[in-house]
Design a protein around this ligand. Structure first.
Ligand SMILES: C[S@@+](CC[C@H](N)C(=O)[O-])C[C@H]1O[C@@H](n2cnc3c(N)ncnc32)[C@H](O)[C@@H]1O
Length: 196
């Protein structure tokens, strides 16, 4: 998967990485920044997505589609599709451009809106990457876990960088008997939960 990343995907990744880096230092307001995961987190979620059972694949927080590109690499390899949610219309435009330029429109479905209003429509969730506003995490967790299949994986970003604001959700997950859970110190810290 990492040895033969198509050129169009590599180019779009480099482009989005450069915008993300520039926005961090030039005073772009937080809400407008892409706030992407770093490449090593991209590889980590792609490895997990590639190892998840067959079922419904979700991502919450698309931004411009950078993390989606990593997940799409895994999905393409194993013949699966992923639904990704983004609430911000301008970021949806960027994400659409990302998916068009990289030829992954058939692998990815972009849903515009607050993911919390859609999650009840999904079942047999076998993989979800959660990377949205931190105040949405607890609610997303409670909606996702009952809809996940046995062996399904939930990966939540910023488990270390935002550990204070995420404390209630992290405590809930780490004590939750429905899952095995662990915080992995990669990138901003990834909470990984496996449904029992
Ligand atoms: C940290 S960024 C995601 C970065 C992206 N995962 C990446 O690494 O390329 C968070 C994104 O989640 C979106 N978002 C926040 N709350 C949301 C919600 N409740 N439903 C859908 N999208 C949401 C924001 O607009 C923002 O673009």
């Amino acid at each position: 998967m990492f040895h033969n990343i198509p050129k169009a995907i590599q180019e779009r990744m480099r482009y989005l990485e450069s915008i993300n880096k520039r926005d961090r230092v030039n005073g772009t307001p937080d809400q407008r920044r892409l706030r992407q995961i770093p490449p090593e987190t991209g590889k980590f979620i792609a490895l997990l997505a590639g190892a998840a059972p067959e079922g419904t694949y979700l991502e919450i927080g698309t931004s411009a589609g950078y993390s989606t590109l990593w997940l799409a690499l895994a999905c393409k390899e194993i013949g699966r599709r992923i639904v990704t949610f983004e609430i911000d219309k301008e970021k949806c435009d960027l994400a659409r451009e990302t998916f068009r330029r990289t030829g992954i429109k058939k692998t990815v479905e972009l849903v515009i809106g607050d993911a919390r209003e859609y999650l009840q429509n999904y079942k047999n969730i076998s993989f979800c990457f959660l990377d949205a506003e931190k105040d949405a995490y607890y609610d997303c967790y409670e909606k996702l876990i009952p809809r996940m299949m046995r062996g399904g994986l939930l990966v939540a970003d910023n488990a270390i960088s935002h550990k204070e604001i995420l404390k209630p959700m992290l405590a809930r997950a780490l004590a939750d008997k429905r899952v095995d859970a662990l915080v992995v110190p990669i990138g901003s810290g990834e909470l990984v939960c496996r449904k029992l």
